[in-house]
Design a protein around this ligand. Sequence first.
Ligand code: SF4
Length: 349
Amino acid sequence: MKTLESIKRELKEYDGKDIKIMEVCGTHTSSIFKNGIRSLISSRIQLISGPGCPVCVTASSYIDRLLEYALKDNHCVLTFGDMMKVKGSKLSLTEAKAMGGNVKILYSPLSAIKAAIKSPDTQFVFAAVGFETTAPIYALMMEEIIKNGIKNLRLMTSIKTIMPAVSYICVNEENIDAFLCPGHVSVITGSSLYREMALKYRKPFVIGGFDGEHIIAAIYEIVRQISSKEYDMKNMYQSAVSSEGNQKAKALIDKYFEVADDYWRGIGIIKDSALRLRPEYKDFDAGSTTSEDVDITPPGCKCTDVILGRITPAKCPLFGGACTPLNAVGPCMVSSEGACGIWYRNSEV
Ligand code: SF4
């Protein structure tokens, strides 16, 4: 493959330290495994996962609040499947359901509207967890709730924005040399923000597609920049990502949400890292995340180190033994986008 040869050629000329590239998005992590990219590229390049799993970074106190609603008379929690097995301080939603709690899994957020209209006597709480990618859908939900005059459906949001987390990593985790930027998030945010980051932190930020060839091409661009001491943003996913992003989606997000500080599970408070319902919509807010949320890390779990790219999941002593998808200790093993779960499903443990 031409790009693989180009990577080898660049590395021949490069006499610096080994290169650590963080892929921020779980879909990239899965594709890296699916295409065997680690075995194709040089051992001088380390690919490491980042904080790209929204369920993994949602505080346990948020899950505790959902549990309270699930167990409350006349209430029903609506959620995507990924949230079901993540533990709060003691229990998960799956366990609350087994105790008689009212929890329903949704496949589309808009089906929450139908559920609320169909059962007007039930108070529904929708767990709106995600990044910039799902924020427009949650904004659309708000449009529908208001348009239909629905009074028995509220959102409990944990909507994070990825760029402040990446900035946090640039400032606090010196070992990351470059970023393979999250493709889906970039469709909404646009590529221009990454240029500021690349120049500020003097690291390559490359936006790549999800096919194996696209990822290898993005890795080549990162190696090329590092070996020639260039630090810039390069958008190699122009078919989907524009410079300014999806303006319509951004306007819709802006109508309902404002930027706020937030608590990230395993990390702590990150400034301006959440989208929270604006004060004028507080009646639709069932207790969204704030910087006052708290977290309990299960004993022995290294999710913080995994999320911050300090270790690969396989370096956690519990990986594949005490912690598996069937018996997950930490959130990174539970979610389909969590690094530990992806590593487990794709490794021969
Ligand atoms: Fe936490 Fe399990 Fe991942 Fe270890 S393998 S970091 S215990 S989720």
